[in-house]
Design a protein around this ligand. Sequence first.
Ligand code: ATP
Length: 355
Amino acid sequence: MARIDLEHIRHAYGEKPKSEADYALKEVHHQWNDGGAYALLGPSGCGKTTLLNIISGLLQPSEGRILFDGKDVTNLPTQARNIAQVFQFPVVYDTMTVYDNLAFPLRNRGVPEAEIDRRVREIIEMTDLGGWARRKARGLTADQKQKISLGRGLVRNDVNAILFDEPLTVIDPHMKWQLRSQLKKLHRQFGFTMVYVTHDQTEALTFADKVVVMYDGQIVQIGTPAELFERPSHTFVGYFIGSPGMNVLPAAIDGDRVRIGEETIGLDHAPKIAAGARTELGIRPEFVRLGREGMPVSIRKVEDIGRQKIVRADFAGKPIAIVVPEDGEIPAEPRVAFDPAAINIYADSWRVGSK
Ligand code: ATP
């Protein structure tokens, strides 16, 4: 498996890009560790597939280089990069049996039959395809076919990386959960470098050890799920990760205090902010305390979602969301307090001190 270096990658699909807006990737410069499980997460059109295709060699970047373990592969075609790919729509050979589909990449490489048999059986067991091994792939369901295509990626143990492009989209919800945990287990066991594109935050957060959040052709944050939750480096990350997303309120800094409308809130430190910078305060709905003390809010709506309630309220003239435990009380004269340790301050949408 390999470390992946992305060096100053930019990409425009058109012939002559006229402005930054014409670039599908604006500047991607990062190093991804050997054996890491990276999930590329972001809204539709942010550049996830473009970046994945550049890593796989389906696409040449307009600018920049890509290296596997220090070796420049920018100009190598996909076949010469030694990677496995699993796509949204499974690629299987319908006329071959499940077993032969899985054995195919190994036979192609001249792996001895006894070794092929051992590895194929292992994958068949892990993907629960046991009952189907001798069946032709034609006629299998979409999720069984996707398991074959997943298995074909996993059966090769010499690849630089395994790339996944929304591989669970066509899988039914129950199988999705099962496949995700199987994949996680296999990753732990074999330690392959994996890059996994998804726009589903649950999938990204449960499965990856590093989540790469993309927005408008850029990587805005790479972090563990906990880092993305607690310290989003950009207001977009705060909003995109979490349900409901982080509250973002226009704010003015005054030393170690912050003003929102008429309200003043103490911080646990004085942020270093350029005078006149546009400032925002970010606080997750889970860290807003609703009770009888603090600053006044007016409640608009309470949504009961089972284990907790989501309270929609107006605070200092702005809408905010508050997460309250299922048995939490909603006072007649509600007030809110913000946990100072959970407050993030942003200037021009970037967390102060994080860029
Ligand atoms: P999705 O989740 O919808 O697949 P994505 O994050 O994978 O989105 P990309 O498919 O990489 O995003 O697209 C990034 C940008 O590049 C978008 O603005 C898209 O319209 C544009 N784009 C993608 N493919 C092409 C292409 N073949 N020709 C022209 N523009 C393209």
